[in-house]
Design a protein around this ligand. Structure first.
Ligand SMILES: Nc1ncnc2c1ncn2[C@@H]1O[C@H](COP(=O)(O)OP(=O)(O)OP(=O)(O)O)[C@@H](O)[C@H]1O
Ligand SMILES: [Mg+2]
Length: 281
């Protein structure tokens, strides 16, 4: 069952958590979804459940696996079809835990193996720093979804990540579902140019649906957004709902897209530099 999805980009602030939140809420209309919050900031946990504090958090579970005991995993119910394993600020401690440094991916794999059969989709939100936690998530997850904003640094973050994945694939393959552009403003010439650049760089890895930059997204950290996310009247909701369908299509497609070497070599705009200014001209 290849239903676990890590959401990550080397660049921070691109909308990993916002996307995880909206995709999970969108999917939960049709599918049974589990969200695992691996970011010590716990923004996703708090967006899904107000002041989310639980002893049944991801850090507590991973710590038990680290000590070779097998915890009973009890995800928290957010709504009928959406469950959460909340984050914890102590997740940062795992970065210097010698057992986790060595066996992080096996440990996370054990956690995932114990829950994934109960869900259609398991979505894992990552911190932005590229530490042991992210490495463990990437090497234990079946799929990867990469959000990016339409700017040079964020696209570079996605390129860097694909290069890392290509190296990692020698030992543990991961299916790259695609890269999508978040915070897109159609009336910005620069953003339109960046879409063209992204198409050239990522080819079929670029998901054609963009997610608009929205005003109401500022409520992400607010519980109210849970309701907004299901409202098809809201632009942002309809963008994410369309993205939900596209990602599920990719998840269900039998074709397992590996990153071919040649496509990585092409990870540069044709004859152009990465400089935003030269791209816009
Ligand atoms: N489509 C959007 N429209 C408007 N604002 C957005 C959109 N997506 C994300 N944001 C805003 O951008 C900021 C960063 O988003 P978010 O926290 O989801 O990014 P992140 O990649 O998870 O960040 P971090 O690297 O800190 O984990 C937040 O203030 C969020 O509300
Ligand atoms: Mg985040």
């Amino acid at each position: 069952m290849n239903n676990t999805i890590a959401i990550y980009n080397f660049k921070g602030g691109v909308g990993k958590t916002t996307s995880a939140f909206n995709l999970a809420c969108g999917w939960s209309r049709k599918y049974k979804v589990l969200v695992i919050d691996c970011d010590p900031q716990c923004n996703l946990s708090n967006a899904l459940i107000l002041n989310c504090k639980s002893k049944n958090n991801v850090y507590a579970y991973l710590k038990e696996f680290v000590h070779n005991s097998i915890p009973t995993i009890l995800p928290i119910k957010v709504n009928g079809r959406l469950d959460l394993i909340p984050g914890h600020y102590n997740m940062i401690e795992l970065e210097s835990n010698s057992q986790f440094i060595e066996f992080g991916s096996v440990i996370l794999q054990r956690l995932l193996e114990r829950v994934k059969m109960n869900y259609d989709i398991v979505l894992i939100d990552c911190p932005s720093y590229f530490g042991k936690t992210v490495k463990a998530v990437l090497s234990s997850s079946d799929n990867l979804l990469i959000p990016a904003t339409p700017d040079v640094f964020s696209l570079k973050g996605a390129v860097k990540l694909l290069r890392y994945i290509r190296e990692m694939e020698k030992t543990k393959p991961i299916n790259v579902l695609g890269i999508f552009l978040n915070r897109y403003r159609r009336n910005f010439l620069y953003h339109r140019k960046m879409v063209q650049v992204a198409k050239r760089i990522f080819g079929s890895f670029l998901i054609t649906k963009t997610v608009r930059n929205a005003v109401q997204i500022n409520e992400t950290s607010d519980r109210r957004f849970v309701r907004n996310s299901g409202d098809p009247q809201s632009n942002i909701a309809s963008d994410f709902l369309a993205l939900c369908d596209l990602v599920v299509e990719k998840l269900n497609s039998r074709e397992v897209k590996r990153i071919p070497l040649s496509s990585i070599e092409k990870l540069r705009p044709h004859g152009g530099s990465w400089s935003g200014a030269s791209v816009v001209r």
